[in-house]
Design a binder for this molecule. Structure first.
Ligand SMILES: *Cc1c(COP(=O)(O)O)cnc(C)c1O
Length: 457
């Protein structure tokens, strides 16, 4: 007999994954190796360990082991806010009048308000294991900085966050959350690093950029003994940690005998999307099942849909390893968009390779239609979604409406990565009817792509 599906499918604590899933192990054609930014040769474990903690560097380079144990300390922390629910969007289905079944995996149930904590806690754990004093990082919209500050306070590590100046001023409350967890937050560009001083001298009164904040954070880590720089997306280690999202979603579906037809995630650097789709993509790669996987990106920053698959720098400062990825060029400056977490020029090399192999499709959507979907969702499902997450909502609604037209009752699963309480300035713009849409011209993209490093290996 079929079990009735509850509004929220929870797993028991003991059903939580004990291992992360590394989809690279099941890929016949692996993502291209990451390169040392100085030598432009595949980076060695030794070299990578100067940038990341040794254990994280190992995970970064591991494309053979499908399962990697989640240390017990990390599992214990996960238990404070996981397993996260897989919610059946009964009210949204009813509102849309669709025969489709819509499910969302909700990652906003922790103070940082997003999935980023899943990797922050892992990175802080390995840093503490290695007896580091602390870590430095940048934050744009603020979600990653918040997650990392929570993780660092748990493991008693110092946390130094360089926050893009315009966010620092626009989102003072995020800053206070980070400070409450003990992080120091510096508006970037600052006068505390050489690169910050240089940028301030060159561009007086600048609002800062993510690229600049990365460069400051990297410099600060290198200048202090016992510090490492950490990243919240794009890297394969981050995708690995985020696989906890997909593994839990898969177990919850299996528990009720539900077979997903469509799996949708928003794509910034690709970490939540990669984590969500990994177990599904794994089944596709092993020839066990088929799914329609969809990445959703903002039309203002369309790396998958309009970018090029090539080696590029992960940061404007060109200090992080290079990845072969779908990219708009590391100098690409997306016009201001309110989905701060999706304003990244490139895409995780794992997600890029999955896309290149045709296992996943990609769509780009306009910010105004994203906020319309966010509003529609909030009004029936209650949760105030983050603008980033709302990209996935938009496409989930589109797919559900298609089902209404064809009469098909498909199972649609999407990732609801976080809440939008700190994005009310953006909601205000939308509610006031003054939100615009930005679409980069072909010329802008070509100019940026013409500056890609010329690497052929
Ligand atoms: C950072 C963020 C994203 C995008 O990052 P990915 O690495 O692409 O997952 C999406 N949603 C929320 C809520 C975020 O904070």
């Amino acid at each position: 007999m079929k079990k009735e599906i509850p509004y929220k499918i929870y797993l028991e604590e003991h059903e939580m994954p004990k291992q992360w899933y590394n989809v690279r192990a099941d890929m016949k054609k692996k993502p291209a190796p990451i390169l040392n930014p100085q030598t432009l040769k595949p980076i060695t474990l030794e070299e990578l360990s100067e940038i990341f903690c040794v254990e994280l560097a190992k995970q970064e380079l591991d494309d053979v082991n499908p399962y990697i144990d989640i240390p017990e300390e990390i599992r214990n922390f996960y238990k404070m806010y996981r397993p996260s629910p897989l919610v059946r969007a009964y009210c949204l289905e009813k509102k849309l009048g669709t025969p489709a079944h819509i499910y969302y995996k909700f990652e906003g149930n922790n103070t940082s308000g997003s999935h980023k904590l899943n990797s922050a806690i892992a990175q802080a754990y390995y840093a503490q294991k290695q007896n580091l004093k602390g870590v430095t990082t940048e934050t744009g919209a603020g979600q990653w900085g918040t997650a990392l500050s929570m993780a660092c306070s748990y493991f008693d590590l110092d946390c130094q966050v360089y926050m893009v100046k315009c966010s620092y001023e626009q989102k003072p409350f995020r800053r206070e959350v980070m400070r409450t967890y003990g992080a120091s937050v510096t508006p970037s560009p600052s006068m505390t690093t050489d690169v910050g001083k240089k940028i301030n001298a060159e561009f007086p009164g600048t609002n800062g950029s993510l690229g600049c904040a990365i460069s400051e954070a990297v410099e600060a880590a290198a200048a202090q003994n016992g510090y490492r720089y950490v990243l919240g997306s794009v890297m394969s280690q981050v995708l690995l940690h985020q696989s906890v999202i997909g593994l839990e979603a898969k177990s919850a579906l299996d528990k009720y005998g539900i077979k997903a037809d469509i799996v949708i995630g928003c794509a910034g650097g690709g970490s939540n999307l990669g984590g969500l789709i990994s177990p599904f993509a794994g089944e596709m790669l092993r020839g066990e099942a088929d799914y329609k996987l969809i990445a959703v990106e903002p039309i203002s920053c369309p790396s998958l849909t309009r970018g090029k698959y090539a080696y590029d720098f992960c940061d404007t400062g060109k200090v992080c390893p290079l990845q072969k990825m779908y990219t708009l060029g590391s100098g690409f400056m997306p016009t201001s968009s309110h989905a701060g977490g999706l304003r990244y020029h490139g895409m995780s090399s794992v997600v890029s390779e999955i896309y290149e192999q045709g296992l996943m499709e990609a769509r780009s959507v306009r910010q105004t239609e994203v906020f319309q979907a966010a509003q529609e969702f909030a009004r029936v499902e209650g949760i105030l979604p983050a603008p980033e997450s709302s990209h996935a909502i938009k496409v989930a609604i589109d797919e559900a409406i298609k089902c209404k037209e064809t009469g098909e009752s498909k199972n649609i699963v999407f990732g609801l990565t976080g809440t939008g309480y700190f994005d009310l300035y953006a909601y205000q713009k939308y509610n006031d009817g003054v939100m615009g849409d930005f679409v980069p011209t072909d010329e802008e993209i070509e100019t940026s792509l013409s500056l890609l490093p010329n690497i052929d290996i």
